[in-house]
Write a protein that binds this ligand. Structure first.
Ligand code: SAH
Ligand code: SF4
Ligand code: F3S
Length: 477
């Protein structure tokens, strides 16, 4: 799954356009939510906000105004958890000093992984709630307030998809939104904690996904990113026929010719030709796929239990490029997995040279308790070697991304404007169909418009350009 990064903290509860400013709480209790980890967690925080608002809680973007602070956490790597622990220390200090009534809760993957340990051994928090138990939050909050005792629900469900809950969109630009289509993961990659923290795979009913997308379109959204740990496994039986992921994408793409559709994450083992053909045939399914390879060596991939070889992965990339010319690709890479030799590491570098991804998320292997790797292998690549190898991967990938971007200079792209650029209000930013961020002068253009932009410059991460006028998505089809 594409990461927002461990380090990004979405600490702004920006009230969405269709809501009043900050939602006042009739009962007086106001909740502040801080989100770590992947897009799935961002999407879950929107569900948490909806559940709490429906029970009379208010939302605030200022932790100092809050009666309840909830950290929606990530457990994917050790440093993700350390970051949350440091944040918990800050809030516990605030509680001791001037705010004894503050309720402090941990949600998400770290809550699920550590379960009652956060209470028993560490006495860190008042509330521990796993990813499948968010409907229970109002009851648990009442319980802990009434009894003064900690409340816990880390039950993992085989059915819960929160299908009927309309997420409260916060921290939104009003242009692009996440829509969760499935939960959990049955893959059991050797390094990964997600199957333990998110439970078994289950798909959300197709009607509820389409209804949510239609509502977003009616609210003026122009882009949806559909989310799941392994979206290719989406499967839902409707009136006796099975809707699979390519069919679901096709149906979403038919809702509006002006709605762009992206998704994350697709596991290479089941990225089918049918899916590639949907990219080719539907102009509004973006010409971009995030296809995490994790490693470039077949033996390491086997140890990782990824179920494909280097050759099979490269064949998939060839197929994707044949069926969808110009498709943009990104990936995830892990450096320093158990037993990784220098030669195996070189295979990751050579794979990067062959595929020439536009973007990669690159990580040092971090052993996670209870995973297959933690139980069966030794985390034997020394820290300095992991760091050096990761550095080589990052350096190479940065050069490739820069070269790919330099090749864009002179081309014209349709950019969906997301808002002001990070650096200046006089500039706007938005993405190309191929998911590249473009920055250009504001003129009279506005958020939510499709603008033709000629690319004039770049860094390895951003394109710069000159706007040529507004357009429609259908016009470029
Ligand atoms: N479902 C997604 C991955 C979600 S986790 C997929 O299969 O692609 C996002 C990324 O974190 C993974 O792709 C992997 O590159 C990285 N990751 C997962 N576990 C890790 C670990 N123990 N150490 C380092 N990186 C890890
Ligand atoms: Fe983790 Fe693998 Fe599932 Fe992705 S597919 S969430 S890496 S177990
Ligand atoms: Fe996402 Fe982190 Fe959980 S990557 S699924 S929030 S462990």
């Amino acid at each position: 799954m594409e990461l927002i990064t461990d380090l990004d903290v979405l600490d702004d509860l920006d009230a969405p356009k269709h809501l009043a400013e900050e939602t006042p709480a009739p009962a007086g209790r106001r909740v502040y939510i801080e989100t770590y980890g992947c897009q799935m967690n961002v999407s879950d925080s929107e569900i948490v906000a909806a559940v709490l608002r429906a029970h009379g809680f208010g939302l605030t973007r200022d932790p100092e105004q809050a009666d309840v602070v909830l950290l929606n956490t990530c457990a994917i790597r050790e440093n993700a958890e350390q970051k949350v622990r440091r944040r918990l220390d800050v809030f516990r200090a605030a509680k001791r000093k001037g705010h004894p009534g503050l309720t402090l809760g941990v949600l998400g993957c770290m809550a699920e992984r550590l379960r009652t340990k956060l209470l028993e051994q560490e006495q860190l928090v008042d509330l521990v709630v796993g990813p499948d138990a968010y409907r229970d939050l109002p009851r648990l909050l009442d319980l802990t307030t009434e009894t003064g005792q900690a409340a816990v629900n880390v039950h993992l469900s085989r059915e819960e998809t929160y299908a009927d809950i309309a997420p409260v969109r916060y921290d939104t630009n009003g242009v692009s939104a996440f829509v969760s289509i499935m939960r959990g993961c049955d893959n059991m990659c050797a390094f990964c904690v997600v199957p333990f923290t998110r439970g078994r795979e289950r798909s959300r009913p197709v009607e509820s996904i389409l209804a949510e997308c239609e509502q977003l379109i009616a609210q003026g959204y122009r882009e949806v990113t559909v989310l799941g740990q392994n979206v290719n496994s989406y499967r839902y039986v409707q009136n006796g026929t099975t809707v699979d992921f390519p069919e679901l994408l096709y149906r979403i793409s038919r809702l509006s010719p002006e709605l762009r559709i992206r998704y994350s994450t697709s596991h290479p083992k089941d990225c089918s030709d049918a899916l590639l053909h949907v990219h080719r045939e539907r102009h509004n399914v973006c010409n971009y796929i995030h296809l995490p390879v994790q490693h470039g060596n077949t033996d390491v991939l086997r140890r990782m239990r990824r179920t494909y070889t280097r050759e099979e992965y490269l064949a998939l990339i060839d197929r994707a490029r044949t069926i969808c010319p110009g498709i943009s690709l990104s990936t995830d890479i892990i450096a320093g997995f158990c037993g990784e030799t220098e030669t195996e590491h070189q295979d990751t570098l050579s794979l990067l040279e062959i595929v020439r991804y536009d973007h990669a998320y690159m990580f040092m292997y971090s052993e996670r308790p209870d995973t297959y790797a933690a139980r069966k292998y030794t985390d034997d690549v020394p820290e300095e070697v992991k760091k050096r190898r990761l550095g080589e991967i990052i350096d190479l990938q940065t050069r490739i991304a820069l070269e790919n971007n330099q090749a864009e200079i002179g081309r014209v792209h349709t950019v969906l404007v997301e808002g002001p650029s990070r650096r200046s209000d006089e500039q706007l930013c938005g993405r190309t169909d191929t998911n590249k961020m473009v920055v250009f002068d504001r003129h009279d253009y506005e958020k939510g418009q499709y603008v033709r932009v000629r690319i004039t410059g770049c860094t390895s991460a951003t394109l710069f350009g000159t706007p040529l006028g507004t357009t429609t998505l259908a016009a470029g089809a």
